[in-house]
Each structure stands twice: as C-alpha cells, then as structure tokens.
Design a protein around this ligand. Structure first.
Ligand code: PLP
Ligand code: ZN
Length: 428
C-alpha cells in the first residue's frame, strides 16, 4: 500500500520532501511526518493488522512493523528490527486499589528488547538511518535512548556515538550502552547541554541524529498506542496517562490517535494526561499558569529518564494534550517513589520515571479529574532493573539527602544463621 508522505513544520506549516535529510524547519520548528490518509480504507488496515497479530517471525511479527503502513515506507532490507513491542497490558491489581481506580491498566514498555519504549522509536529511526545510508548514528541521552541506539546500531552494523550528561546516569542504562559497543562521551553539563552539542556535532560531521527530534523516532513510538488499542479490541479507554520528559512519547501518542481518528478506526478520543516530575516541569508550568514556554534551568529528579528542562517536543506534546482535551500534572519525588513502591509490590514493577503514570493517575483521581470507574491506561516506560540504586535506596531508607522517605520500605533484615532467628523474623 502506497501512502504519500512528507515532512511538515509544526510551527509554521512549511513542507519538505520526505527524502530530505533534516530535523528542523528553516524557522527552527520541529518536523512531523505527514500522510495523505484521504484515500486509505481504515477498515482494511485494521483487518490487515488483525491478520498479522501473533505472527511468529518476520518483520511484521514486530509490534511496530505490524503497523508498518503508518510507521515508515521502507523496503524490507532497510528495516532494522529486534521484534520490539508485543509488550503486555496488565490489570493494575493492588496498585489500582491504592490509586482508587477500579479500571486501571498498565502497558509495560519495559518489556522491550533493551528494556524501554525507546526501542519502538529506535527500530524506525535506525531504519531511516539505513534509508539515508548512514554509517554512524548519535544521540544525547539520559540513558535509555543510548542503550537502545547502541543495540540497534550493533545489530545493523552502524557505529554509535552517545552523549551523556555528567552526574549519575542509572547503572543499568550505562552498562548497556558500553556493552553494546557505543562510543560513550560523558560531557560536562546536563542533558540539555548534551542535546545542544549533539545537534551541532551531527550537522558538522554528517552523523545521523537519533534523538526524538528525529521525526521518524516519533513514528515508531506511535505503535505503543496502536498496540494497546488492538489489545483492547479497539475499545478506546477514557484516559491515557504517560510520563513526560523530552515529550516525544506523549507527542507520538497524540499523533497515533489523530491518525486512527482520521481513518475512522476510532471515533472516541481518549484524554491524554502527561505527568512531569515537579523538578523538571516546563510543560506543567505552561499548562497551569497559561504562560509561554520557558525551559527549567536546573532540572532535578530521581527519575533520571525525565530529568529534562528544555524538552524538544513540547509543541507536539501540547498539541496532543489540547486535541485530546487532556491535562498536564506534576508529581513530587516522594509521590514518584511511593507510587513505585506500590507498583513494584503489586508484582508489576518499573523504573522511577515510569511510576509517574501511577503517581499521576492517583493524583488526578484524588482531585476528581479522573473518575474512579473510568478506564485508564498508564504507560510504564522502562524496566525495573534499569535503576537498582533507586530501589535499594528507597527500601533501605537512605534517600534522605534527596528528601525521600522510605514510606513503604521493605527493609532487608540481617539475622544469625539459626532456625530460632528465622522463626523470630517470620513471627511464627
Ligand atoms: C525516555 C523516557 C521517558 C520520557 O519520554 P519522553 O519521550 O522523553 O517524554 C520516560 N521514561 C523512561 C523510562 C524513558 O526512558
Ligand atoms: Zn517552520
């Protein structure tokens, strides 16, 4: 199926050929991949995707390329895939009870090949790199993008260069980037500084940029939404709740829903709630105070994946929230880690940033913005194993310097090696 596509600036509307290598409009705005869907039969597409569900091998067994008509027009030999996606949708269990929501679900994107949703964008971005005959790819990253990019570059024979901010990046992520062979450059500065530098480097050295400013990354990430809706037999929930850092993922969700709506595959529009950490909250400030966009100077949060003060995709994300009549909420460090303890103890588990989904859902339910019987799908963006330090710190209650208490800590106990001591510990 041939669908005409082109690039369009989200700020001024100027269009460019889809084959033109660029990440920004001449005006500085970021670009969208646009498709002419006017001649496309939504019912036909839906039937095609249903037919592909559960395929055992091949490109379309991927939870991204199953939807390839709306992902990227690329020949099979250019597609770089690790069969990403196909992640589970869980009932929230005891975490739902804690949040006061009776129909809460979690889409666990931490179950992707490198442990975060970034693989969905990366399979598409890496394939675009192949279309542009790139030999080297680069990104600035708080961790998960670099882990993903290093893997996808390695499986497809490209070199990868990673710019990480100074200070701690979660060990699970740094370990992956090194292990997959990414050239890892730790720079003196925060994520936003790294982001500025990598754009300059890519331009000067002809390296292909794989941050979410790259419009093809966003296209791949739309598949989270497609897959959730397919798992729900196309029954649209009332809310999607999603963490917001660089704001690419919420942008992708909005774009996915707009396209499905345009195709008539869905008629109801779910509300998108973007949740930011209170120490890295530029979109929240804009939304609640009706002020123009302003970056946060020194972003700070234990949820390092969203420790971003100057998100590149804020315009696209805001468009998604407005179009869906959704909202933006912020959560404190304590709220993030308490929600994480509850999500983990429910047996589901995710890294700190992901837990903004639960913390935010609970907060919006407490405020009455989300009704307690409404159907809510939270996105869990990364795996619980990514950041063991945060988990151990909470359960040993040693995060006091960050102002976080181990409210629901499950402390390890040290005992002598005797039956008596075990009995005492178990209270039997
Ligand atoms: C990248 C990432 C986010 C933030 O997503 P954005 O698209 O940057 O808003 C949240 N959680 C995890 C685990 C991530 O890796
Ligand atoms: Zn423009």
């Amino acid at each position: 199926m041939k669908i005409e596509s082109y690039l369009q600036c989200v700020r001024c509307g100027k269009t460019y050929d889809i084959g033109e290598l660029r990440y920004n409009c001449d005006c500085g705005g970021i670009l969208d991949v646009k498709r002419d869907l006017s001649q496309v039969d939504g019912e036909f597409l839906k039937a095609l995707w249903e037919q592909r569900w559960g395929m055992k091998r091949g490109i379309e067994s991927s939870g991204v390329w199953r939807y390839r008509e709306l992902i990227l027009d690329a020949p099979d030999d250019k597609i770089v895939t690790r069969q990403e996606g196909n992640t589970r949708l869980y009932a929230a269990g005891s975490a739902g009870t804690w949040a006061g929501l009776s129909n809460l679900y979690f889409k666990h994107e931490g179950e992707n090949p490198t442990g975060s949703f970034k693989d969905r964008g990366m399979t598409c971005g890496a394939s675009a790199a192949k279309l542009f005959n790139a030999k080297t790819v680069a990104c600035a990253s708080t961790g998960n993008t670099s882990a993903s990019m290093a893997s996808y570059a390695a499986v497809s024979g490209m070199k990868s260069v990673i710019f990480i901010p100074e200070g701690k990046i979660a060990y699970g992520k740094l370990a992956q980037a090194l292990a997959y062979g990414g050239i890892t450059l730790q720079i003196e500065g925060n994520f936003d500084d790294a982001m500025t530098l990598v754009q300059q480097v890519c331009k000067e050295l002809g390296i292909y940029l794989l941050n979410s400013i790259n419009p093809f990354r966003i296209e791949g990430q739309k598949a989270i939404t497609f897959e959730i809706l397919q798992q729900l037999d196309w029954q649209v929930p009332d809310w999607f709740v999603i963490p917001g850092g660089n704001l690419g993922n919420s942008s992708a969700m909005g774009k996915a829903l707009m396209e499905l709506h345009e195709l008539g595959i869905i008629t109801k529009i779910p509300k998108i709630a973007v949740i930011q950490a209170s120490g890295a909250n530029p979109l929240y400030t804009m939304w609640t105070e009706h002020t123009p966009y302003q970056a946060v100077k020194n972003p700070e949060t234990i949820a390092t994946a969203i420790k971003i003060g100057n998100p590149v995709s804020w315009e696209k994300s805001l468009r998604a929230v407005e179009w869906s009549k959704g909202t933006v909420e912020q959560v404190t460090e304590q709220e993030i880690m308490d929600a994480k303890a509850k999500l983990d103890a429910a047996g589901i588990g995710a890294e700190p940033a992901s837990c903004c989904s639960l913390a935010g859902a609970k907060k919006l339910a407490d405020k009455g913005v989300i009704g307690k019987d409404e159907t809510v799908v939270g996105i869990l963006t990364g795996n619980i194993l990514k950041d063991p330090d945060a988990v151990i710190g909470y359960h040993k209650d040693t995060l006091g310097d960050k102002g976080i208490r181990g409210t629901f800590a499950n402390r390890p106990q040290q005992i002598p090696p005797t039956l008596e001591a075990v009995k005492k510990a178990l209270g039997v």
